[in-house]
Design a protein around this ligand. Structure first.
Ligand SMILES: *[C@@H]1O[C@H](CO)[C@@H](O)[C@H](O)[C@H]1NC(C)=O
Ligand SMILES: *[C@@H]1O[C@H](CO)[C@@H](O)[C@H](O)[C@H]1NC(C)=O
Ligand SMILES: *[C@@H]1O[C@H](CO)[C@@H](O)[C@H](O)[C@H]1NC(C)=O
Ligand SMILES: *[C@@H]1O[C@H](CO)[C@@H](O)[C@H](O)[C@H]1NC(C)=O
Ligand SMILES: *[C@@H]1O[C@H](CO)[C@@H](O)[C@H](O)[C@H]1NC(C)=O
Ligand SMILES: *[C@@H]1O[C@H](CO)[C@@H](O)[C@H](O)[C@H]1NC(C)=O
Ligand SMILES: *[C@@H]1O[C@H](CO)[C@@H](O)[C@H](O)[C@H]1NC(C)=O
Ligand SMILES: *[C@@H]1O[C@H](CO)[C@@H](O)[C@H](O)[C@H]1NC(C)=O
Ligand SMILES: *[C@@H]1O[C@H](CO)[C@@H](O)[C@H](O)[C@H]1NC(C)=O
Ligand SMILES: *[C@@H]1O[C@H](CO)[C@@H](O)[C@H](O)[C@H]1NC(C)=O
Ligand SMILES: *[C@@H]1O[C@H](CO)[C@@H](O)[C@H](O)[C@H]1NC(C)=O
Length: 797
């Protein structure tokens, strides 16, 4: 497979250079390309784009397409979605009468451009990525830009009525389930088709809301892909509205840009450095929607994943998974529907034998909303389970808020949220193979391939990350300001506005104190949310930098737009004169600090999960939310634990809110002794890498269950400072010392070593050596290999 692929690249690289480059993009009538490994291509004058046959899989099938020719990925930007596959030996010809015509080896026509008059003069592969059929008067008779596949390019404009369709998967170019439609009223919408394909019940999971009231007569909308990866909707009055907001701003005008409706339904804008210096890859500039799992949930349809599937949001992307007891309908379609290994039947259940026939898989925090056939209220967890057991229609039951929701197959819109206080019971027949044994057997294998692929790319992503951060720093303030000015059309944060009086009542007059920080005091409160009372944490800010209401609200809005299961959620705020308060969900299990430093040590497994959760949360803050958020004060006191002991980062966004991030004097360092990165003390730019440093210290604390600085004088030399101690132990191969009396960790040597190595990478004095949080996450999860770290402070004597 690899052989043929490189073979292909070899030929693409060599042959066109000698035979076709001098054509300067012009394709004379009568030119023919044949689908095989040695196939020619039609290159644009600069060689940026090529038109021809690609071989997306190792199968004997080809794709007539246009792709970025100068980058190793050969990313496809346009393709012919003929329903018939294109076998080896097929040809495409520029015919004087019908324009481009694609035929299989037997000569049967598979596709053509068709609408060509007898004026055709030549074809032209433009440097913009547009393949144009030119008439004798130099007019354009047909252009690929007018028939987009799943990608749009800079300078490409779409008129209302245009549609992009996602592909089935990265390498299968059959039409997928998702569409982008530019509606006549000026709205840009993303829709999902449910499975199996029906034409009527498309679910809209994103709407740009760029339409104007109909009587203002400013129709004539266009979608414009601007110069730096930004898509805007322009109406006839030349008013523009931008779609999506970039999370970072490193690209330069020379970069390659594209926006693609990916096979998972995410519309993403990407850029790629033009000058090939090794192993760069496409980087996401912005994407929509933020949370496709919940956005695509509707009364009908299967949601972002197939039926009976569970949608988890991973790095802003939907990851679909079959629950235990279910397997993929089509093993090649990972985001497709799942089928139950057994279906409850009403025939066999007689005389109370249900208990012998069936049992349940119990999953916390997962729900399939909007598909209940019966709701029982009030109910208990046990009552709910029993009710489903003895109901032969019931395939699953959800227990939440003293209510039992019974569900029939197929289950739809499944999603997992740590915060849902929900228990799901999934029925399975005992006589079938017990769940957990059969379904996931394919997973470890996927993992393996992933590891191989990732390790190959290790060097590349590391380089790219550094490049990104450097660029991100320089663009940070710029984009930040930009975002503040522009109010996102769909920036619907569900922040609630509280009056001061309401919060006085909710906290019983600020009676119970939960904690104190550099910003003020946190109080516990109770809130009646539709007759149910739930706990809240109220932060009373005692100094807020933003004087104006507008700035304060803009900041709060930024925090409110974050949505990640490893962040504490902001529910609302109060802003009455000097009274500025933030209202968060209450985390029952307290801080990581009180959890970690206890005897006996908390479980190793739980600790590693907490560490990975924090890493994911920070990755989100740094790279995935609409405005980059640098936390600046990562420490165990600022990590909270929810009901399920998921790590939840709190106090993010405070650095901005308190405007302390610019101050770098020793007396006024944002951050906490023992966790602050060395660059705070130097006159260098403070970047997201300060959080990586603090996370490293925190990670070592989680591993060892000891504080970063112990001021016990009597203990052995070199023990007081955690980072030094860990480095010494690591160098002397005494990792056991770090986790004394912790048999669980001692039995998990591989993971222990990996975690220690990652920790040491993070606390490197030189911030450019520290990995990004995304890399850290991948290393902790074992997706990429962790190399042996250098000494964290090479300059210390
Ligand atoms: C792909 O198919 C759709 C409908 O089947 C069509 O509207 C679109 O123009 C096709 N795209 C190309 C590039 O042929
Ligand atoms: C290539 O595209 C650019 C931008 O649309 C256009 O200005 C130029 O005229 C095109 N070249 C040819 C030869 O059509
Ligand atoms: C056709 O258009 C291209 C670009 O727009 C220009 O370079 C070329 O000279 C034109 N040819 C004729 C014959 O007008
Ligand atoms: C692509 O996916 C479709 C639908 O799942 C399937 O019918 C087709 O065989 C696949 N094509 C290839 C080349 O794998
Ligand atoms: C669903 O897909 C099948 C095969 O892919 C096709 O034959 C059928 O016409 C499609 N149905 C609809 C309603 O689009
Ligand atoms: C559009 O409708 C609004 C109220 O319906 C009216 O006030 C306004 O004058 C109308 N504008 C035009 C251009 O007709
Ligand atoms: C919109 O902009 C185009 C070119 O920038 C210009 O030709 C046109 O007159 C403008 N239209 C209006 C209504 O301002
Ligand atoms: C890319 O390379 C070209 C020549 O090789 C050079 O002129 C150009 O400045 C480079 N661009 C960047 C962004 O490095
Ligand atoms: C680029 O990224 C994509 C998606 O993350 C991945 O599939 C691909 O292998 C990467 N390619 C290179 C050359 O890094
Ligand atoms: C689900 O949560 C409950 C506590 O609410 C816990 O006792 C139980 O072990 C959890 N189950 C799973 C499978 O995580
Ligand atoms: C909990 O159930 C009650 C009815 O028993 C309902 O009024 C309330 O809205 C529910 N609360 C939540 C958070 O769903």
């Amino acid at each position: 497979m690899a052989y043929t692929f490189f073979h292909l690249i070899f030929f693409i690289l060599l042959i066109p250079l000698c035979s076709l480059a001098q054509n300067n993009g012009i394709v004379p009538i009568g030119s023919i390309l044949t689908a095989n490994e040695a196939s020619n291509t039609w290159l644009s004058p600069s060689g940026d784009f090529a038109f021809g046959f690609q071989q997306p899989d190792d199968k004997d099938l080809f794709l007539l397409s246009i792709w970025y020719h100068n980058i190793p990925q050969k990313t496809v930007v346009w393709y012919v979605n003929s329903s018939d596959s294109i076998p080896r030996g097929s040809t495409v010809k520029l015919d004087a009468q019908i324009g481009l015509v694609l035929r299989d080896p037997q000569g049967v026509q598979l596709w053509s451009t068709n609408a060509i008059s007898d004026q055709l003069d030549h074809g032209f592969m433009n440097d913009t990525g547009n393949f144009v059929l030119k008439g004798r008067d130099n007019s354009s008779l047909w252009e690929s830009f007018s028939f987009p596949a799943d990608t749009i390019l800079p300078l490409q404009e779409l008129e209302t009525g245009s549609v992009l369709n996602s592909r089935q998967s990265e390498t299968n170019f059959s039409q997928g389930r998702f569409s982008l439609q530019f509606l006549d009223n000026g709205d840009l919408v993303l829709t999902a088709r449910s499975l199996p394909n029906t034409t009527y019940d498309d679910v809209v999971y994103y709407n740009s809301q760029t339409s104007k009231p109909t009587n203002t007569s400013n129709s004539g909308y266009r979608l414009v892909f601007g110069s730096r990866g930004i898509i805007s909707i322009v109406n006839s009055n030349n008013q523009t509205e931008q779609i999506g907001s970039p999370t970072l701003f490193p690209p330069v005008a020379e970069d390659y840009f594209r926006a693609t409706l990916d096979s998972d339904g995410i519309l993403a804008s990407y850029y790629h450095p033009r000058n090939f210096t090794g192993n760069q890859n496409w980087t996401v500039l912005w994407s929509e929607p933020d949370d496709i799992c919940s956005a695509a949930a509707a009364e009908t349809g299967s949601g972002a994943c197939g039926y009976n599937s569970i949608c988890n949001l991973v790095n802003g992307r939907p990851a679909c998974e079959c629950p235990d007891g279910y397997t993929l309908l089509d093993p090649n379609d990972k985001s497709g529907s799942c089928m139950p290994n057994s279906t409850p039947s009403c025939d066999e259940v007689e005389q109370g034998t249900a208990g012998e026939l069936y049992d349940f898989v119990v999953i916390n925090g997962t729900d399939w909303p909007k598909s209940d056939y019966q709701i029982m209220r009030p109910s208990t967890e046990i009552g709910c389970r029993e009710a489903c057991l003895h109901d032969c229609f019931c395939a699953a039951a959800i227990f939440r808020n003293n209510t039992c929701y019974k569900k029939k197959l197929p289950l739809s819109n499944g999603w997992t949220r740590g915060i849902l206080n929900t228990v799901a019971f999934l029925k399975y027949r005992k006589s079938d193979a017990p769940p957990g044994m059969e379904g996931p057997s394919s997973r470890p294998k996927d993992r393996e391939t992933l590891i191989v692929v990732e390790s190959v790319l290790l060097g590349s992503s590391f380089f790219l990350n550094i490049l990104l951060i450097v660029a991100a720093c320089s663009g940070f303030y710029l984009i930040y300001k930009k975002n503040m000015v522009k109010s996102r059309p769909n920036g619907a944060t569900n922040l609630r506005y509280f009056t001061y009086k309401e919060l006085v009542e909710a906290t019983n007059g600020f009676k119970e104190e939960l904690g104190r920080g550099s910003f003020g005091i946190v109080y516990k409160g109770e809130l009646q949310i539709s007759s149910k009372s739930s706990g809240i944490a109220v932060k009373k800010l005692d100094r807020v930098a933003q004087d104006t209401e507008k700035e304060f609200r803009a900041e709060v809005n930024t925090i409110g737009q974050t949505n990640h299961k490893n962040l504490v959620r902001l529910l609302g705020f109060c802003d009455e004169g000097q009274n500025r308060l933030l209202v968060y969900e209450y985390m029952r299990n307290g801080t990581l600090s009180s959890f970690l430093f206890t005897t006996p040590k908390p479980s190793w497994k739980l600790r590693t999960q907490i560490a990975m959760g924090i890493a994911r949360g920070l990755t989100y803050l740094h790279e995935e939310c609409s405005t980059q958020i640098i936390h600046c004060d990562i420490k165990p006191q600022n990590i909270l634990l929810d009901d399920y002991y998921n790590a939840r980062i709190s106090d993010f966004g405070m650095a901005k809110l308190l405007a302390m991030n610019q101050s770098r004097t020793l007396t006024n360092i944002r951050g906490t002794k023992g966790y602050v990165a060395p660059e705070w003390f130097r006159n260098t730019q403070v970047t997201a890498k300060v959080d990586v440093y603090s996370f490293g210290v925190l990670l070592l604390e989680i591993i060892c269950c000891r504080r970063s600085v112990e001021n016990i004088e009597s203990v052995e030399e070199g023990y007081a400072i955690l980072t030094d101690w860990v480095w010494d132990c690591f160098q002397e191969r005494r990792l056991d010392t770090l986790v004394e009396n912790d048999s669980e960790a001692l039995n998990d040597k591989m993971m222990l070593e990996r975690f220690v190595k990652v920790g040491i990478w993070c606390v490197q004095e030189d911030s450019s050596i520290r990995p990004t949080m995304r890399k850290v996450s991948q290393m902790l999860e074992g997706i990429v290999e962790v190399m042996v770290p250098p000494c964290p402070s090479p300059f210390a004597s």
